[in-house]
Design a protein around this ligand. Structure first.
Ligand SMILES: Nc1ncnc2c1ncn2[C@@H]1O[C@H](COP(=O)(O)OP(=O)(O)OP(=O)(O)O)[C@@H](O)[C@H]1O
Length: 260
């Protein structure tokens, strides 16, 4: 479970990105965070794996008080939380499987780190993760020969190989075309349903968020202004989250062809 209690986040430049956040996300939920650019969506997600420190309040993830972690504890904690980025963060000039194996490097003994030789177990785990996202046959292909959607799946496999309990995604489909976006969102949904993994993502495309997520969190100027079922999000709710610009947000999406 993820639990924010009275959380504020103020950046060193005095920008208050989060204000009095109170939020509980249970295991196995599929949650999308929506809101205007600069509303605080990324900050909210990135506090969960301690990419950002909260300024006040408390944040507890699966019984761990995230703000109190130090040094090695932070690294160990992060292993339980998978994070997917818009930019995939892959090493494109090497094979798919090597990119997944990279996630095991911190666990390797000194000589294995030195030689770059992975154990059979790790290779099996990597191949299993590739199978889970449907790209097992690409294991020995170089990443730069894959499409954007396939690259996002490699990133997803690399994260899954760590057996996380929570999957966070910061704009995972922002740079993808509509068809590929759908494939990636289908992957998230399948992982959520079949593996019971909690999925929390931050997404610009409202229609996609409403289609896939069970629960929507609307953020406006650092505050949660909507938290409820995706089925109950009306145009009025969207207008409030998007400060009266919901129509423009939707039009922009149609223009981009983001929703077909
Ligand atoms: N590292 C940082 N240092 C200072 N201010 C920051 C930093 N990161 C974000 N901010 C500010 O905090 C506020 C919230 O930013 P955040 O990136 O969380 O919003 P967002 O809703 O994810 O926006 P976008 O959709 O454009 O990514 C913004 O005013 C932003 O300028």
């Amino acid at each position: 479970m993820i639990e924010f209690t009275n959380v504020d986040k103020v950046y060193p430049n005095k920008v208050k990105a989060l204000e009095n956040i109170n939020l509980k996300i249970e295991k196995g939920e599929f949650v999308a965070v929506i809101g205007l650019s600069g509303a605080g969506k990324s900050t909210l997600i990135r506090c969960i794996n301690r990419m950002h420190d909260i300024t006040s309040g408390s944040l507890v993830v699966d019984g761990t008080n995230v703000g109190k972690l130090k040094g090695k504890e932070i690294r160990n904690f992060r292993k339980k939380i998978g994070m997917i980025f818009q930019s995939f963060n892959l090493i494109t000039r090497t094979t798919v499987i090597k990119n997944v194996l990279v996630s095991f490097v911190p666990q390797l003994s000194f000589w294995r780190k030195l030689t770059g030789i992975f154990s059979k177990e790790h290779k099996l785990q990597a191949l299993t993760a590739l199978d889970q996202v449907g790209i097992l046959e690409k294991a020995y292909i170089r990443v730069d020969q894959l499409s954007g959607g396939q690259q996002q799946r490699v990133a997803l496999a690399r994260t899954l190989a760590q057996n996380p309990t929570i999957l966070l995604a910061d704009e995972p489909i922002a740079s993808l075309d509509p068809v590929t976006s759908k494939q990636v969102m289908d992957d998230f949904k399948r992982i959520n349903q079949e593996m019971g993994m909690t999925v929390l993502l931050n997404i610009h495309h409202v229609e996609v968020a409403l289609e896939y997520a069970d629960r929507i969190i609307g953020v406006r100027e650092g505050q949660i202004v909507y938290d409820g079922s995706a089925n109950e999000v009306t145009d009025e709710v969207l207008d409030y989250i998007y400060k009266g610009k919901a129509g423009e947000v939707k039009q922009e999406m149609y223009k981009e062809g983001a929703y077909v």
